[in-house]
Ligand binder design. Structure first.
Ligand SMILES: [Zn+2]
Length: 68
């Protein structure tokens, strides 16, 4: 069973991914594989959201401990 925090980050990652797909779908520059500032921002969000999913609360706690 995953902790609620992990479920929340998984939902967030899924939401960002849906935003990403919807953007590609409606964005001419992205469909032409041209530079798009908006998609760059969404990709950053997506990376951050996926990193949050991988980072379990236990790992985060261990990291916080290491920073002390
Ligand atoms: Zn775009």
């Amino acid at each position: 069973m995953s902790p609620p925090e992990t479920c929340a980050s998984e939902r967030r990652a899924q939401e960002v991914y849906e935003v990403y797909l919807a953007h590609i779908d409606g964005c001419a520059p992205c469909q032409a594989e041209e530079d798009c500032v908006e998609v760059a921002r969404i990709r950053r969000d997506l990376r951050a959201a996926r990193a949050a999913v991988r980072e379990s609360p236990a790992l985060r706690a261990a990291r916080a401990e290491a920073r002390k």
